[in-house]
Design a protein around this ligand. Structure first.
Ligand SMILES: Cc1cc2nc3c(=O)[nH]c(=O)nc-3n(C[C@H](O)[C@H](O)[C@H](O)COP(=O)(O)OP(=O)(O)OC[C@H]3O[C@@H](n4cnc5c(N)ncnc54)[C@H](O)[C@@H]3O)c2cc1C
Length: 469
């Protein structure tokens, strides 16, 4: 023991104050536990500081700028619309500050102690926390690990002056003239869209045969069309191989569909995935089961192979999404309090805030076929929704998928305006075991974008009102 080390006892020690950790901490406190949270950086984790929230703020600013340039058809002409990018950043940082401050207030309200520093396990019920020259010990009955993830670095593109991860891209103070985005997953597409809308010449390199792999090909197709309108160059089946720094930027070498290409740009943004923060916690030393990818193996309550230690969020299997982390956080806290809580992943929504937005929940047609499910589908276009047309956003569709025999709702895929919000209704339907008739018989306010789900249900049932069968 280092001289001066103190040991503090808590019921529940949470490591990491991202959307997994802070939600778990609050729920554990609500259930009567004394809770402390160790955080080595900022409250709110990746999501609030360098992920979901700042990226969505930037997306909103970029959409707003773009919209101002396309209002002539409504009879509105705007002149001299300018972007002060430093001000955009300032506005974005204000939102982050407000939200992270909110987490701090909630912690105070729930009497949750915040321990600044980095946690390292020394045993199954004790960690050391390093903070500058201070080292303290915390002994716990239960621990929830929620240490999240960090961007994967490509050996040929080491992060530095010209090569950024999403974190640096979100805090640039000047707009780059040109940008190569390596990785056409959701983070690359969202940030690529932001910069393209602000006027940066963007080139996207994606290894698979479509951007946003994982979504049904019809969905990214609409996004691709819009990106091309924004003068974005998209190379699929593209392998970024290396780069050479020049005085004002970089020259990226890539193999595109078997042919070598050189692309000049001011910056490179690498968004090829994220790595779990599990390698510097000392958990292998205490015998915790992990996968080859560094994910922690957990049961349905989030319990690791060490029974009093739980793990949630980006460090366990499943999509690396904030709402999944928070959901798992609540389940773990409830399990610790002795409740029979368990995760059920059948309705985790996945949303991309691109243009148009895309969202999916439950299963899609391909998965239904693979599972041998006899299904029916209703695909309703936004072009037949009055509200979509009146907000100038008639592109896209909502597709509902249901079991043929029972009409039980199994999933939905949405491309179009407010897909991110509309998907919640289908998540609820799946969660509650609703049928197409339940959605059909729910009175949806008119005129709203949300009516599309009711119309898609009617279409699947063979009695659509606003389109022909
Ligand atoms: C650009 C971007 C956009 C995104 N957009 C979305 C989106 O729109 N929707 C969505 O659902 N998800 C989005 N995500 C993903 C989302 O941010 C993550 O899935 C989510 O933050 C994971 O939550 P978490 O609690 O597991 O971990 P994190 O949010 O990563 O938090 C982990 C915390 O643990 C701390 N920590 C790590 N190690 C230690 C240690 N040893 N001791 C103490 N503290 C430690 C870290 O400092 C961090 O604060 C986005 C991510 C990025 C990068």
């Amino acid at each position: 023991m280092v001289v001066g080390e103190f040991t503090t006892e808590v019921d529940v020690l949470v490591i990491g104050a991202g959307p997994g950790g802070y939600v778990a901490a609050i729920r554990a406190a609500q259930l009567g536990k004394t809770v402390a949270v160790v955080e080595k950086a900022e409250l709110g984790g990746v999501c609030l500081n360098v992920g979901c929230i700042p990226s969505k703020a930037m997306i909103h600013a970029a959409h707003t700028y773009e919209h101002t340039q396309h209002t002539e058809s409504m009879g509105i002409t705007m002149e001299n619309v300018k972007v002060d990018f430093a001000k955009v950043q300032e506005w974005k940082s204000g939102i982050v500050k407000q939200l992270t401050g909110g987490v701090g207030s909630l912690f105070k309200g729930h009497k949750i102690q915040v321990i600044p520093g980095e946690a390292l396990f020394v045993s199954e019920n004790e960690v050391r926390v390093f903070h500058g020259y201070d080292v303290n010990r915390y002994r716990f009955q239960h621990c929830i690990i929620a240490t999240g993830s960090r961007p994967i670095e490509l050996p040929a593109f080491p992060f530095g002056k010209r090569v950024m991860s999403s974190t640096e891209a979100l805090s640039l103070t000047e707009l780059p003239k040109s940008l190569v985005v390596i990785g056409g997953g959701y983070i690359g597409i969202e940030l690529g869209t932001v910069f393209a809308k602000f006027g940066t010449k963007v080139t996207i390199l994606e290894g698979s045969d479509q951007i946003l792999p994982g979504f049904e090909p019809d969905m990214p197709r609409l996004v691709e069309r819009k990106l091309k309108k924004l003068d974005v160059t998209i190379h699929t089946k593209a392998l970024a191989q290396g780069m050479e720094e020049t005085e004002n930027g970089v020259i990226v070498t890539a193999e595109v569909k078997g042919e070598q290409q050189k692309i000049e740009a001011e910056y490179v943004l690498v968004t090829v995935g994220r790595r779990p923060n599990t390698d510097e916690l000392g958990i292998r030393d205490i015998g915790m089961n992990m996968t080859d990818r560094g994910l922690i193996v957990v049961d349905k309550q989030g319990r690791t192979s060490i029974p009093n230690v739980y793990a949630i969020g980006d460090i366990v299997a499943g999509p690396a999404l904030a709402h999944k982390a928070s959901y798992e956080g609540k389940v773990a806290a409830e399990a610790i309090a002795g409740h029979p809580a368990e995760v059920d992943y059948k309705a985790i929504p996945a949303v991309v805030f691109c243009d148009p937005e895309i969202a999916s929940v439950g299963i899609n047609e391909k998965e239904a076929k693979e599972k041998g499910i006899d299904y029916i589908v209703g695909r309703f276009p936004f072009a037949a929704n009055g509200r979509a047309l009146s907000v100038n956003a008639g592109e896209g569709y909502v597709k509902l998928i249901a079991e043929k025999e029972t009409n039980l709702v199994l999933g939905a895929q949405i491309v179009g305006p407010e897909a991110s919000n509309i998907i919640a209704e289908i998540g609820l339907a799946i969660e509650m075991g609703a049928t197409l008739e339940d959605i059909e018989l729910t009175i949806h306010a008119h005129p709203t974008l949300g009516e599309v789900t009711m119309e898609a249900a009617e279409l699947a049932l063979g009695r659509p009102i606003h389109v022909m069968k």
